[in-house]
Design a protein around this ligand. Structure first.
Ligand code: AMP
Length: 113
């Protein structure tokens, strides 16, 4: 996707503060953090949003959760953390490259707004 912000971040065309990278996943700091820890975990391949996940592309989503668990251990998120993927504009999605917010470092209230 030529005009996708997060595809450009993966390709290094737009700068980001990288936290982790492997062959299929990229993790970077959110530019407007809402918690002391606020990472965005994304697949390198372009998937627009969660309702486009299917049998042919779900392996990377499973891998994303492995990466999140690994980061939680490495970063010492022992007090808990939250993973959020907004799907669609009315759910708050503003960048249409699927991403998982990893939030930690403060009390997180529930229910979500
Ligand atoms: P969402 O609103 O769920 O689609 O989340 C998109 C997130 O991307 C927001 O939390 C933004 O702060 C974040 N964001 C937008 N542009 C950038 C950027 N250039 N680098 C890092 N994070 C960004």
């Amino acid at each position: 996707m030529n005009d996708c912000l997060f595809c450009k971040i993966v390709k290094g065309e737009i700068p980001s503060k990288k936290i982790y990278e492997d062959e299929s996943v990229y993790v970077f700091e959110d530019i407007a953090p809402t918690a002391p820890v606020h990472y965005l975990v994304i697949p390198k391949e372009h998937i627009s949003k969660l309702d486009e996940v299917n049998a042919s592309n779900s392996a990377v989503i499973a891998h994303i959760y492995e990466v999140i668990a690994q980061l939680a251990r490495e970063k010492g998120l022992d007090d808990g953390f939250r993973v959020v993927s907004n799907c669609g504009e009315s759910a708050g999605q503003s960048v249409f490259h699927i991403h998982f917010h990893l939030l930690a470092g403060r009390p997180l209230t529930w229910p979500a707004g």
